[in-house]
Design a protein around this ligand. Structure first.
Ligand code: HEC
Length: 128
């Protein structure tokens, strides 16, 4: 009985080693091919979970001068965000469209359904 259990463990270890070697030899770390739906779905779910967990802190107080804050935000958006998201945030640039995951239209349901806390966290911290 003990001998049989040892044999099963040895077979499992050999199979895992073969599967690992196969995976290492066939993995493609090139950034050129678009990730498949499975990888994209897992990565998106993990990202959404992480953001919802990380974005629990308090929001800063609303700016006292809304119009100058909007104007400063527009300038910052043009300098730091439009490169990928497009000047209006709705039409991703060729740079943004070359990334995986693709740059989102900031008016899309995926972005608009995010809470203020989540958006604040993403904009403050970025996503690796
Ligand atoms: C180098 C390109 C690039 C720049 C610059 C950039 N972004 Fe993004 N942004 C992306 C990509 C790619 C995504 C899609 C990420 C995803 O779907 O997981 C994204 C997603 C987002 C999202 C949605 C968050 C989410 O979880 O999908 C928001 C909001 C956002 N960006 C805001 C900004 C703001 C504000 C700036 C400027 C301060 C900015 N981005 C600058 C590439 C960029």
């Amino acid at each position: 009985m003990r001998h049989k259990a040892g044999l099963i463990v040895a077979v499992v270890i050999v199979l895992i080693t073969i599967a690992g070697a196969y995976a290492v030899m066939h993995v493609n770390i090139s950034a050129l091919p678009e990730p498949g739906p499975f990888e994209t779905s897992i990565a998106t779910k993990a990202k959404d979970w992480y953001i919802s967990r990380a974005a629990r802190g308090p929001l800063p107080p609303a700016p006292t001068n809304a119009s100058s804050s909007v104007s400063a935000g527009e300038t910052l958006f043009g300098m730091g965000c439009a490169t990928c998201h497009g000047q209006d945030g709705h039409k991703p640039t060729p740079i943004g469209n070359a990334m995986y995951p693709r740059v989102l239209d900031l008016g899309s349901p995926e972005v608009q359904e995010m809470s203020d806390r989540e958006l604040f966290w993403v904009i403050k911290n970025g996503i690796r």
